[in-house]
Each structure stands twice: as C-alpha cells, then as structure tokens.
Design a binder for this molecule. Structure first.
Ligand code: TQI
Ligand code: ZN
Ligand code: ZN
Length: 169
C-alpha cells in the first residue's frame, strides 16, 4: 500500500503546472531529456498537474541534475549501484541522479551487456513520485516499491501508485 511523507507534504492545492529544468552546468542530449518528459507524462495522465520544461533553472519548481559523490546536500552518492538517485519531498523539488551509474537511456535494459545497467525512465518515474509526495509502497509491483532489480524496466504506474497520487491531488 502507498504511503506519504510525514505530514503529507504536497504541492499547493490548485497547482496546475510544475516547471522542471536541467542543471545548466551539464549538456544532456535530447534523448535523455525525452526520457524525463516521458516519465513526467505518466504522472500527468493520472493527475491534473502538467509538467513543462523551462530553461529558467533558478525559478524552476523541479531541478534535475546528475552529480558524483558529495554534491553539497549532505546526501553524497556512492558510486556504481547502491543509491541511484534521490528526490526530496514537496515542495523542495530537487531531483539528483548518480553520475556514476551506467544509465540506459534508450534501448532495452534487460538486454544490456552491463550487469549494473540501470534504466533511467524507471528511476525517473519512481523519483517523480517522491517529488510529488509519495513515499514507498509495500506492494511489490508498484512503481513506489523501494527496491528494483538491476537490468529491470518498470515504468507503468500501478493501481496503488494511482490511488496514492489521486489521494494527494
Ligand atoms: N534512492 C532511494 C529512493 O528513491 C532514496 C531514498 C531512500 C528515498 N529512502 C527514501 C527517497 C525515502 C525518498 C524517500 O527510494 S535509490 C529505486 C527502487 C532508488 C531506488 O537510488 O535507492 C528507484 C531510486 F525503488 F527501484 F529501488 C530509484 Cl526506482
Ligand atoms: Zn543530492
Ligand atoms: Zn524511493
């Protein structure tokens, strides 16, 4: 079953649009940006919130970046596997990914020759759930379940994820 963060933080009632921006210090290719757009779409389909990319990083609601090791927020990344990414609860908006992972952006992660390959869209869908206010679910099939096997792709919201987000928004 789904959970929320302590105190049920959420984006304000009436929020119709949340903007997101990529850290301007990095140059992500369009295919990487498209993976995030696809992940946001999963959640916009089941809520009344739309997600729009902006180039105004400083004023974006959601700030996305890839970082290695200690990147200044007290939650250092740990190299290959372990922590893959983290996102903070509403309305913080920070969404950080570990640069050390072998991120699979396109192509089939289940056929990757790298045993540590991680599917970017699967992680993005999960972290956006956190950004919106969902904690972890006890239901193994749910996107918000706290573990995922490597070389796995899990991108479709389950009934439990949808029930949870629709309780919040
Ligand atoms: N990152 C953890 C996660 O997102 C960070 C974390 C631990 C966390 N506890 C939290 C974030 C509580 C918010 C609230 O769950 S992770 C998965 C999963 C991770 C794990 O790198 O371990 C995914 C990132 F669920 F599949 F194991 C993405 Cl999809
Ligand atoms: Zn961080
Ligand atoms: Zn999580």
């Amino acid at each position: 079953h789904y959970t929320f963060f302590a105190g049920n933080p959420r984006w304000p009632a009436g929020t119709e649009t949340l903007t997101y921006a990529f850290d301007p210090n990095e140059n992500l290719d369009d295919s990487t940006k498209q993976v995030f757009a696809n992940a946001f779409d999963k959640w916009s389909t089941v809520t009344t919130i739309q997600f729009n990319e902006t180039t105004s990083y400083d004023t974006a609601d959601i700030k996305i970046g890839f970082y290695s090791g200690d990147h200044g927020d007290g939650e250092p990344f740990d190299g290959v596997l372990g922590t893959l990414a983290h996102a903070f609860s509403p309305t913080d908006g920070r969404f950080h990914l570990d640069k050390a992972e072998d991120w699979v952006v396109s192509g089939d992660v289940t056929e990757s020759s790298l045993s540590n390959a991680v599917d970017l869209e699967s992680v993005a869908v999960h972290e956006i759930g956190h950004l919106l206010g969902l904690g972890h679910s006890s239901i193994e099939e749910a996107i918000m379940y706290p573990t995922i096997s490597s070389r796995t792709r899990k991108i479709e919201l389950q009934e439990d994820d949808i029930d949870g987000i629709q309780k919040l928004y």
